[in-house]
Design a protein around this ligand. Structure first.
Ligand code: DOR
Length: 437
């Protein structure tokens, strides 16, 4: 969205010894970057600076469709700077900021502020815009003025738009603007007062549960409205088997409906809530084993086009509150790739790594209309790349990495796949796992 960086035009950086994996396939090749672009791809290339990619996969940089950067308003939990640093360390070259900030990103002035904050960030910072003023679900936000600044995706994320007629209008308007309407699917009349998934575990723990239908009713409505209006609709953080089945049917029927899933929804179940630790509280909630398997399968068969982190930092004192009072959300940017490899390649549906990269990079880039990201690695392409050691195993710790928050629900898990280097707009922003500025 902002053209702010640029490697040195006089220096050739060569990523040497890796296997290039992109939307066109897989090949052993070195990659030379000059300025902001890839200038050569092939065997035995040389350059002024050599970056070791031996034994590694060189892929288009990852693209996160769902990042809570918390700025403006909740800088104690995250900033554009700290969140984009976590993103770069996680292999991301672009993130899409969610609009549930204070104030909400619901007009041109706040869009400009976030883009300005992202200007010097370690990855490309794009923003979504709210569908309704202050995300209150009552009046449409000035979508056209935000679209004029490059906003391509509109959502009230954190809540869903409850009013059917207003959502219909948003879709009609959005269709005219050529933008995508993204929904946090949750019917509040069924979810109000709940704090976890409704099932065996909520009964055992004595916590008020939210039925899968709270999500599914809105998925059903938005698919119906997509059919009615012809709008492009993206369904955020799908968590239930029923939702996955409805999206599969909608896509088979030719509707412009895409969906994403978050790492926690293919990794963790509602049983994780057994210790009343609010680190495991999230919206939509962690679901049953069957739902987790259906989400993983939906990613494998491409019903769900994107893995999106829903990186949702919260200050420690917030997350230390009792389960029913704590805010929902968990970190994801530095763990998504490794969790995807561990849960989707090494177990579960056993996807090929290239398919996992499709869900993490070029497919989300296409959904968000980010033309400089996810592109095949070829001369002339923007140099937005990540270099992954697919064999490295590591254990997730409780530090929270570069985030200002520490709400990590994966502590102690050993995972496979480590980001070695990230190149953003030609600049090596992460080398050997270390941020370069
Ligand atoms: O768990 C969540 N946290 N789900 C959301 O939709 C919002 C997010 C947040 O902003 O903390």
């Amino acid at each position: 969205m902002i053209d702010r960086r640029g490697g040195d035009e006089t220096v050739d950086v060569v990523l040497r010894g890796g296997t290039v994996v992109d939307a066109t396939g897989e090949r052993r090749a070195d990659v030379v970057v000059r300025g902001r672009h890839v200038v050569a791809v092939g065997p035995d290339l040389s350059g002024d600076v050599v970056v070791d990619a031996g034994g590694c996969v060189v892929a288009p940089g990852l693209v996160d469709l769902h990042t809570h950067l918390r700025q403006p308003g909740k800088e104690e939990a995250e900033t554009v700077e700290s969140g984009s640093r976590a993103a770069a360390l996680g292999g991301y070259t672009a993130v899409l900021a969610m609009p549930n900030t204070t104030p909400a990103i619901d007009c041109a002035a706040v869009v400009r502020e976030v883009l300005e904050l992202g200007r010097d960030a370690l990855c490309d910072v794009h923003t979504s815009g709210a569908i309704t003023v202050d995300r209150a679900g009552e009046r449409l936000a000035p979508m056209a003025e935000m679209a004029g600044l490059g906003v391509r995706l509109f959502t009230d994320d954190g809540t869903g738009v409850q009013d059917d007629r207003l959502m219909r209008r948003a879709m009609e308007y959005g269709r005219g603007l050529g933008v995508t309407l993204a929904q946090h699917c949750e019917v509040t009349s069924l979810s109000e007062g709940t704090c976890m998934h409704e099932g065996e575990w909520s009964s055992r723990l004595g916590l008020p549960g939210q039925p899968a239908e709270a999500e599914e009713l809105m998925v059903m409505r938005d698919i119906a409205l997509a059919r009615l209006t012809g709008a492009r609709v993206h369904l955020l953080h799908l968590s239930t088997a029923g939702s996955v089945a409805m999206v599969a049917a909608a896509r088979a029927g030719g509707l412009s409906v895409t969906a994403e899933a978050a790492p926690h929804h293919f990794t963790l179940t509602d049983a994780c809530c057994a210790g009343y630790d609010a680190t495991f509280k999230v919206h939509p909630p962690l679901r049953s084993d069957a739902d987790v398997a259906a989400v993983a399968q939906g990613l494998a068969d491409d019903t769900i086009s994107a893995i999106a982190t829903d990186h949702a930092p919260h200050a420690p004192e917030e997350k230390e509150r009792p389960f029913d009072e704590a805010p929902p959300g968990m970190l994801g940017l530095e763990y998504a790739l490794a969790l995807a490899i561990t849960q989707l390649v090494d177990s579960g549906p056993r996807m090929p790594l290239s398919q996992v990269l499709a869900r993490l990079s070029w497919q989300p880039a296409a959904i968000a209309g980010m033309e400089r990201h996810g592109r095949p690695i070829a001369p002339g392409a923007p140099a937005n790349l990540c270099v992954i050691d697919p064999e490295a195993r590591w254990t997730i710790d409780a530090t929270g990495g570069a985030s200002r928050s520490r709400n990590v629900p994966y502590v102690g898990r050993t995972v496979r796949g480590l980001v070695r280097h990230t190149i953003c707009e030609g600049e090596p922003v992460v080398l050997d796992g270390e941020a370069q500025r």
